[in-house]
Design a protein around this ligand. Structure first.
Ligand SMILES: [Zn+2]
Length: 340
């Protein structure tokens, strides 16, 4: 089959690779219904992450099971499934605590920007629907796999409460999903820090009540003004840079919580400052598996439409253009159609 391979920064090709096959009895093979490009795929694309061998890209996925290994019990061929970008057994102590992204058997999904993909640890990772969803649902179900699941974890980690004040730092796809999550959890006020028109519009559609375009000290000052000088109860950090983390810390009130889901690149903390600010912090790769059944239900019941975050849809053969568009910020997030 053809699949997406990154050979070097800026060099993404749709090229012939070996068909995926069952390697372990706990594997499944799925036929992708659609797939997409992640903001984190841009780190190696931009040369920020070093790699020696070509990368088989793609960790967000939904589709139909076509084959399972001999030990797979919970899913069977013909079922529509969604899985997390973190593969987990869902049975070890960490999984039972709801931290499947720290599973003792954890692997990270790869090779999903393709028509077919191998999903290791299928029983612990995949969640099947009762029925085959309509085509119109595919983008929304795909979004659950990572981008919504990650934004949702950001909101959970930031301890978003009914009526509370939430700040979302970062207007990329994950930040926008954090806005949606905060709205679903009943936040009273959602301040999105955003300065791009199309993203600001989506943030408002997803539930943002206030937009702060300023950054740095000015941005912090504006949020403090909006919160009577107190700061927010909950802050979702969805970027992972030094400045965005400083922003998150700066707008969170003492006793408030920061959920940080942007993969940190060059972020460091001053212990004394953390001590004095008295904030809770929880972050890391999202345990999307914990939220999958609930989020899939919300989508199927029509309560949320997270697939709206895909503002570009391309045939998968044009994946290289998708990377370029996201890199140049012409697209928030690109969905790849897998036809035939
Ligand atoms: Zn586990």
């Amino acid at each position: 089959m053809y699949a997406t391979v990154m050979h070097a920064p800026g060099d993404v090709r749709y090229e012939n690779v070996d068909d995926p096959k069952i390697l372990k009895p706990t594997d499944a093979i799925i036929k992708l219904s659609a797939t997409c490009i992640c903001g984190s795929d841009l780190w190696p694309y931009r040369g920020h992450n070093k790699f020696d061998a070509p990368l088989h890209m793609g960790h967000e996925y939904c589709g139909v099971v076509v084959e399972v290994g001999s030990e797979v019990r919970s899913v069977r061929p013909g079922q529509f499934v969604v899985g997390s970008f973190c593969l987990s057994d869902n049975t070890c102590p960490h999984c039972q605590y709801g931290f499947q992204s720290s599973c003792v058997q954890r692997e990270i999904m790869t090779g999903a920007q393709a028509p077919y993909a191998r999903v290791p640890l299928a029983d612990g990772t995949l969640v099947a629907t009762q029925e085959m969803p309509d085509d119109a649902m595919i983008g929304h179900m795909l979004a659950v796999s990572d981008v919504l699941g990650t934004g949702w974890f950001g909101a959970v980690a930031a301890d978003v409460r009914e009526g509370g004040t939430v700040v979302v730092v970062g207007d990329g796809a994950v930040g926008l999903m954090g806005v949606m999550a905060a709205q679903q959890m009943g936040a009273g006020r959602i301040i999105a820090m955003s300065r791009h028109d199309s993203r600001t519009a989506l943030a408002r559609e997803f539930g943002a009540t206030d937009i702060v375009a300023a950054r740095g000290e000015d941005g912090i000052g504006e949020v403090l003004e909006l919160t009577d000088g107190v700061g927010a109860d909950s802050v979702i950090e969805a970027v992972g840079m030094e400045q965005s983390m400083a922003q998150a810390v700066g707008v969170c009130r003492p006793g408030g919580s920061i959920g940080y889901v942007g993969v940190p690149h060059g972020v460091s903390f001053d212990g004394l400052q953390l001590f004095l600010r008295q904030q809770r912090m929880l972050g890391g790769p999202a345990p999307v598996r914990r939220f999958l059944p609930d989020l899939m239900n919300r989508v199927l019941e029509g309560r949320i439409a997270p697939g709206k975050v895909f503002d570009q849809v391309l045939p998968i053969a044009e994946v290289a253009e998708g990377y370029k568009a996201m890199d140049e910020r012409r697209a928030i997030k690109t969905m790849l159609r897998v036809d035939g």
